[in-house]
Design a protein around this ligand. Structure first.
Ligand SMILES: [Zn+2]
Length: 454
């Protein structure tokens, strides 16, 4: 070993999608990885000794909502939680208050807030107006959005509109020309609304009604609609969250028809069930809803077959007061997830006898590839950004009091769950941004990361 000197040396069991390099070392120079090895380590000006811990690539969460509840002021808080969760890159959704990211000028404004406030690196989705706004698609692509997000379901006519099949066809055609993928919120509006009205008319507003009024068919109708429009237009169409194995099967079927099609699993669909919705009530409400234990098994079957594009959190930090109404229909939909992401994925894999390499694959590399950030992000490779999520293995109970998002969002559906590890430290571009319960990153430590090529 020549006497190479690095700015910093990180010791631990290095986890890549291919293997775990036990007793490994990573040398960093400036903001990037400059060397990787095993056994006796070369010199570093400073050593972060995490021997015996897992050193993963910094996680890339491809799906989160910082600004749905309180606007761009949420960025500073959610990215702080990301830093504490070993999530060093987040991809933020465009459905912001007071206006969604529907053109390059709004993107530029949001980007300035990201650069000023973010604790971790941030890539951004763009979207379109409910109608008449497809002319802004090319500008958003040039400005560096990593993906587009559209919806078949309307939560809000301005912030989160339903895009009609006609408008979607027009939009997909233009998005297809950019080469950037388009992710879809996939629920059929008419079916959900009619079932919800029926439940309310019958006086049923208890938690399980959330699942009953958003049945698998609501997802599958939307999935086939978006894939058919993708097939007709040439766009890469991506299901933003499939709670069903069938979403991955449909994506595979449509790939067989010659189009680019993919689907994403949020981590809650790999563990939570309808029983958890009943147990957690409003705290377990998200869209699509939790499914059955059998469906969770089918989800894992598709993941282990390589059919899942990547795993995300859909982190949507609603204040707890929005999650406590006894009427499930009056409760906000969305879960917190950034700080539980790494320990939970490790735990779910361990329960199934699956290796932690799948975290590096599904929560970092695949996500970064999809969003055009790889190999700068999502990889432990020479030349990549020196981003790491360092996990201490052991039995630790996840406590929502450890969440460092804004105070009213310090709740978790995973509160009290025994995990197979906890995040010991996070490193962003060579700098320790979190360790032992303390966030060292400051607002502005994070940067906007644009899609590179497509
Ligand atoms: Zn979402």
């Amino acid at each position: 070993m020549p006497d190479i000197r690095f700015d910093r040396l990180i010791l631990g069991d290095i986890v890549t999608p291919e293997r775990v390099l036990e007793g490994g070392w990573i040398g960093t120079t400036g903001e990037t990885i400059a060397g990787i090895g095993q056994g006796s380590a070369p010199k570093g000006a400073e050593t972060l000794d995490y021997s015996g811990h897992l050193v993963l690539p910094g996680l890339v969460d491809g799906h989160m909502h910082t600004s749905s509840a309180m606007g761009w002021g949420g960025i500073v808080h959610a990215t702080r939680s990301a830093a504490a969760g070993g999530v060093t890159t987040v991809v933020d959704m465009p459905y912001d208050i007071p206006h969604p990211v529907t053109d390059a000028a709004i993107l530029a404004e949001k980007l300035a807030v990201v650069e000023a406030d973010s604790h971790v690196d941030v890539a951004l989705y763009g979207t379109i107006l409910k109608s008449g706004g497809t002319g802004a698609i090319a500008g958003l692509a040039q400005a560096g959005v990593s993906a587009f997000k559209l919806s078949t379901y309307e939560y809000d006519a301005v912030r989160f509109p339903r895009i009609s099949p006609q408008e979607m066809t027009l939009a997909f055609g233009l998005i297809g020309e950019t080469g950037i993928p388009v992710a879809l919120h996939n629920e059929n509006q008419e079916l959900v609304e009619s079932l919800t009205e029926e439940a309310k008319a019958a006086g049923r507003t208890d938690p399980i009604q959330h699942a009953r009024t958003r049945p698998p068919l609501a997802e599958n109708l939307a999935n086939t609609e978006i894939f058919e429009i993708g097939l007709a237009t040439g766009a890469h169409v991506h299901i933003a969250h499939s709670s069903l194995a069938r979403g991955f099967d449909l994506a595979a079927a449509y790939r067989g028809f010659g189009m680019k099609a993919s689907a994403e699993a949020c981590i809650q669909y790999l563990c939570m069930t309808e029983d958890d919705l009943v147990r957690l009530a409003g705290r377990g409400k998200c869209n699509p809803p939790f499914r059955t234990a059998e469906e969770v098994e089918r989800m894992w079957d598709r993941l282990t077959k390589g059919l899942v594009e990547y795993v995300s959190t859909d982190h949507a930090p609603w204040p707890l007061r929005h999650k406590q109404d006894a009427n499930i229909f009056r409760t906000g939909a969305g879960l917190t997830g950034l700080q539980s992401f790494a320990p939970l994925m490790l735990t779910l894999l361990a329960r199934r006898g699956l290796p932690p390499t799948l975290i590096a694959q599904y929560c970092a590399e695949r996500t970064a590839r999809f969003h055009g950030l790889y190999p700068r992000k999502g990889a432990i490779r020479v030349g990549s950004d020196a981003d790491f999520c360092i996990i201490e293995r052991g039995r630790f109970v996840f406590d929502e009091a450890s969440i460092v998002d804004r105070p009213e969002c310090r709740w978790s559906p995973y509160h009290g769950m025994e995990m197979a590890g906890r995040v010991a430290a996070s490193v962003l571009r060579g700098t320790l941004i979190y360790s032992a319960g303390t966030v060292h990153a400051r607002p502005g430590t994070g940067r906007f990361v644009r899609r590179a090529g497509s």
